[in-house]
Design a protein around this ligand. Structure first.
Ligand code: SAM
Length: 262
């Protein structure tokens, strides 16, 4: 029973935390209009069986170039039946395999709304996306922070045990966490994501002339039950004035939704 796809156990359409998350991300996407009309962005996400995020952002912003990635290929018939708009194309397979098949020539809004904790394949996705997203793209990653793979009959493991398990699932590819104040797993994941993005971009930038180098701004890491890291990718043409609305919006959202930030 435990191997059932997540969408057969959880109805993402009505889950309150997911609804708030979607709404917040929608509001954040709105401030991308400082860069270009939002309907010219490509949206890439994990729409699951109901495409609720896709429907919302298509209706809110008229985005019409949309790709949903889904690993549960055996559910293809049900998924195809549910596709709400023709502009949504579903690509079947694990994100790690599908991402490299997509076209990354246009600025994109990417929401990797994973249903489990972080592992080395998700870290590879983040590295791939950091190196391939165009200027003014927005990358969001949601992963489960509380690790539920422990024996529920015993008392919950402490942070050190959880960090050890995180280290294993990332094949040891994590920065030296002793340099940071890691109060919880969410914070550790945020540090690991940020380090992965910085390192990926440093590699991509090496040898490039200054004007072609790409950089990123982390808008914030929001904690809404799960960990959402909002990151904006920039080239030199992305000025502080264009970025400011995103930061202002993030602040507004914390107040509005009483979000715990880290
Ligand atoms: C949390 S749900 C997405 C919910 C959706 N974003 C929404 O707003 O309603 C995650 C979906 O992505 C699929 N999925 C999770 N991890 C994946 C991966 N690494 N590659 C491909 N599909 C994945 C799951 O099967 C599930 O259908």
């Amino acid at each position: 029973m435990n191997n059932r796809p997540s969408f057969e156990k959880i109805d993402y359409t009505i889950r309150p935390a997911k609804c708030i998350e979607r709404k917040m991300i929608g509001e954040m996407i709105g401030s991308l209009r400082a860069f270009q009309p939002i309907n010219e962005y490509v949206y890439i996400g994990l729409g699951s069986t109901f495409f609720t995020d896709f429907v919302l952002y298509h209706k809110m912003f008229g985005i019409h170039d949309m790709f949903s990635i889904e690993k549960e290929e055996t559910k293809r018939q049900r998924i195809e039946f549910n596709i709400p708009f023709e502009c949504i194309k579903v690509q079947y397979g694990e994100t790690t395999d599908v991402l490299s098949r997509l076209n990354w020539q246009s600025p994109s809004i990417v929401w990797m709304d994973y249903d489990k904790g972080i592992d080395y394949r998700k870290q590879d996705d983040i590295i791939f996306l950091s190196q391939n997203l165009q200027s003014s793209s927005l990358l969001m990653v949601t992963v489960r922070t509380e690790n539920t793979d422990f024996d529920k009959r015993k008392s919950p493991p402490n942070l050190d045990v959880r960090l050890e398990s995180l280290r294993d699932s990332l094949h040891n590819k994590i920065p030296d966490l002793t340099k940071y104040e890691v109060g919880d797993l969410g914070k550790a994941i945020q540090i690991i994501f940020t380090a992965a993005i910085s390192e990926a971009l440093a590699q991509a930038n090496s040898g490039k002339p200054e004007v072609e180098k790409i950089n990123f701004h982390q808008v914030e890491a929001l904690m809404v039950g799960k960990d959402v890291t909002l990151t904006i990718q920039q080239h030199n043409n992305c000025t502080p004035e264009k970025l400011q609305p995103l930061f202002d919006k993030a602040y507004e959202l914390y107040v509005k939704y009483e979000v715990e930030t880290s």
